[in-house]
Design a protein around this ligand. Structure first.
Ligand code: GLY
Ligand code: MN
Ligand code: MN
Length: 460
């Protein structure tokens, strides 16, 4: 992406700040891992979205008049020998298209001046530890000068809402990056599936980390900076632990493996789940439940299109899954009643306890309101059948072209009385990434197949 897209985004933001508005956006803080080792640095998503700048210790200030100022690390030849080249304030305007840039060491001198004469200060609420205190400090410094004619902003507002709405619709460049990220991740899933079958055929002991290593190798091989989230590589019963992490449990012939992993590429996440037989061949009961989850995903995909509500895919997949639970005997008709009762009472919940999707973008669970902004006032109430809590219903977001979301139904069967034994410990999820289009959606993660026969074929 060229500098101009970031200039455009800052201009779009500036228009929404109001003539006397000022926005303050820090990048992420470096995080200590242990002793003198830090976690690998990852820029803050809001900051990166508006600058494309990936150095730590940087701040962006945007004024309602359209000008922007960057604070960044000063050039320091000695530090650069250890930590790498810094852009530095002198080069920043030409490189990033900002109007001015200063050393971050001088930010406490500049910020009170930038705040002077502004009426609303915007910053992302509850995102950066200590940010409110920094802003308070600058406001205090400015207030000390009111006798000399300084004017303090009288309102603080949350910047997140403004940038969230911008980030929710992905432009062509963002979509291209996300396609590429999903393509890399799809290749990684195929590689892990094939390694599992191959090692088991060769009589080797397979552990979850062997498959995780394949994912990481493929991500980095194609230039991804890091996984977009902690990869889940779950063999057998571990698949029923929703946030299980790749570890060292044995991958056994006859069991399923659930892998939920996606790379991050140039700031954008992919998020793919596939569930496959460790040895390349589904058993009868595994296949029954697998086909059910696949059918529920197809129903959800069919509802993923411009004009539908965010909740429509979820409702479509629940309907298919709930009917399947009745048909397979996971749910006992005599106890739970028919399909409508199962849905109304959420009796499917012990086997399907998460939502069918989420926004996807720079963050794996990306920003963006899940409620329709134009219908916020329309509320109704209902009682949650499982908890008895009163819930407020608001109309769900209407999908529009350029939004990106996951479609990820699943079924998780923990051993329990009355649950057919042949399904015990089977955990299945199928997750794809969808760009909403005018007429439907584009599944950008289908570089790895979902059909059970196709998965068996590629594992042979
Ligand atoms: N991997 C996190 C999720 O699927 O939402
Ligand atoms: Mn997901
Ligand atoms: Mn996932």
């Amino acid at each position: 992406m060229t500098t101009s897209i970031y200039i455009q985004r800052r201009a779009t933001l500036a228009k929404q700040l109001g003539k006397n508005g000022i926005a303050i956006i820090p990048t992420a803080q470096e995080q200590q891992r242990n002793r003198d080792s830090d976690f690998l640095f990852r820029a803050d998503s809001y900051f990166y979205y508006l600058t494309g700048f990936t150095e730590p210790r940087a701040w962006l200030v945007v004024l309602g008049d359209g000008t922007s100022t960057l604070f960044c690390q000063p050039k320091d030849l000695e530090r650069e020998v250890w930590d790498g080249i810094r852009l530095g304030p002198d080069a920043a305007p030409a490189e990033l298209g900002v109007d001015a840039a200063f050393s971050v060491a001088d930010i406490d001198t500049h910020l009170p001046k930038l705040l002077d004469n502004q009426s609303v200060v915007w910053y992302p609420f509850a995102t950066h530890k200590g940010l409110e205190t920094r802003v308070d400090g600058w406001l205090n410094a400015l207030r000390a000068r009111v006798r000399f004619g300084a004017m303090c902003p009288e309102q603080q507002r949350d910047l997140c809402g403004l940038v969230d709405e911008m980030r929710l619709i992905k432009d062509a460049g963002e979509q291209a990056t996300m396609r590429r990220a999903a393509q890399i991740s799809a290749g990684a899933h195929i590689r892990a599936m094939q390694l599992s079958a191959r090692m088991l055929r060769q009589g080797k002991a397979v552990q979850e980390f062997h498959l995780d290593a394949e994912l990481l190798h493929e991500f980095r091989l194609h230039g991804s900076q890091y996984p977009a989230y902690g990869s889940i590589v779950a063999a057998g019963a571990n698949a029923c632990v929703l946030h299980y992490r790749a570890d060292k449990a044995p991958v056994r012939s006859g069991e399923l493996v659930l892998i939920d992993a996606g790379c991050e590429l140039d700031g954008y996440a992919s998020d793919i789940t596939r569930t496959f037989p460790a040895n390349g061949k589904f058993t009868g009961p595994q296949r029954e439940l697998y086909d059910l989850v696949q059918a529920s995903q197809e129903a959800a995909v069919a509802m993923t299109r411009a004009g539908a509500r965010f909740t429509d895919p979820h409702e479509a997949s629940v309907k298919v899954l709930a009917q399947g639970m009745l048909d397979t005997g996971l749910l006992d008709k005599n106890k739970v009643g028919g399909l409508d009762d199962v849905i109304e009472n959420r009796s499917y919940f012990p086997f399907y306890m998460h939502r069918t999707g989420h926004w996807l973008g720079m963050d794996v669970h990306d920003c963006g309101a899940y409620l329709e902004p134009s219908e916020m006032g329309q509320t109704s109430q209902r009682i949650d059948p499982l908890t008895g809590e009163t819930l407020i219903n608001r109309p769900a977001r209407i999908l529009r072209a350029g939004m990106v979301l996951t479609v990820e139904p699943g079924i998780y069967v923990r051993p329990a009385a009355g649950v057919p034994e042949k399904y015990h410990n089977i955990g299945i999820r199928i997750e794809d990434d969808a760009i909403v289009t005018a007429t439907g959606c584009e599944l950008i993660s289908r570089g790895v197949p979902v059909d059970a026969d196709e998965i068996e074929a590629l594992m042979r």
